[in-house]
Design a protein around this ligand. Structure first.
Ligand SMILES: Nc1ncnc2c1ncn2[C@@H]1O[C@H](COP(=O)(O)OP(=O)(O)OP(=O)(O)O)[C@@H](O)[C@H]1O
Length: 265
């Protein structure tokens, strides 16, 4: 949808970003300019640096050099919570969930955190009408209304992943980073989950690291291909699929493997 060229300023931009661990260069001059509202899948071979890129964008690591911009403000070197308050939210998989709180309470905690409360005020939560309303609305959006009072630890795996997405969007961030959101799901769960992600990120900018090419081609407006710490292509799914450099470096072998796996089943 939003993959046509635009003169709008990018909402997220990496400018010549490098990351070294000791002497090892993991990210080597990465450039990326993501437009508002587009869905971007980041793909590439194992160890290419996809998670490291996410860690740099979300503030877990500071770049060795280069700049990262979010909504017109420089964010490289800022702390994760500062970047979060500036409008970027990253899923941390199920480690982000409080297993002994209910689904509703998990969502409410996230809403409150985004409003500036701390978990030590948990006893006052019931009085906070605004947070309650927002948490109820989130329950609907992620399709867990029937599980409102279920402890998070008793949810199915797919439901936990849905809750994780709810927690990630709870603060109203405009840029959402999801790390392999459908990992570990069956094919039918994956299909449903892609729909959920589409719905809950409508109007937001989404970046997702993904290995499953079905998810990538089903979800992404544009695909960023990371190989050996560089973004070697950033284009529409059709253009990326047809790109000889991408075919050679990554996609040719991955698509062949996936096709072989499908034939085998
Ligand atoms: N904190 C760290 N210290 C040293 N090396 C690291 C650190 N984090 C990541 N690396 C290295 O950086 C390289 C890229 O890792 P990264 O996890 O970013 O790749 P990836 O593309 O996400 O891989 P995968 O698809 O397998 O998850 C790997 O060789 C990894 O060992």
């Amino acid at each position: 949808m939003n993959a046509t060229p635009s003169t709008e300023a990018p909402v997220l931009e990496l400018r010549n970003v490098w990351k070294r661990f000791g002497k090892t260069e993991i990210i080597r001059g990465a450039n990326l300019a993501v437009r508002g509202g587009e869905r971007v899948a980041v793909i590439g071979p194992n160890g290419a640096g996809k998670s490291t890129l996410f860690n740099l964008i979300s503030g877990r690591f500071a770049p060795s050099s280069g700049e990262i911009w979010l909504n017109g403000q420089r964010i490289d070197g800022k702390k994760p919570y500062q970047i979060n308050r500036m409008g970027l939210s990253r899923s941390f998989q199920i480690t982000n969930i409080f297993p002994k709180l209910s689904v509703f309470e998990n969502l409410r905690c996230s809403v409150l955190w985004s409003l500036g409360y701390r978990y030590t005020f948990i006893r006052f939560l019931a009085d906070l009408d605004d947070a309650n309303e927002r948490a109820e609305a989130l329950l609907d959006r992620i399709g867990l209304h029937k599980k409102r009072d279920t402890l998070a630890m008793n949810l199915t795996y797919a439901e936990q992943r849905a809750l994780e997405i709810g927690i990630t969007i709870a603060g109203g961030a405009s840029v959402i980073l999801l790390d392999e959101p459908t990992a570990g799901m069956s094919k039918s769960e994956t299909r449903r989950f892609i729909e959920l992600i589409r719905e809950v990120t409508e109007g937001k900018t989404l970046l997702t690291v993904e290995h499953d090419m079905g998810v990538v081609f089903g979800l992404a407006d544009r695909i960023a291909v990371v190989v050996y710490g560089e973004v070697i292509a950033f284009d529409t799914p059709e253009a990326v699929r047809a790109n000889p450099r991408v075919q050679e470096a990554y996609l040719g072998s991955v698509l062949a493997q996936q096709q072989a796996a499908e034939v085998a089943h």
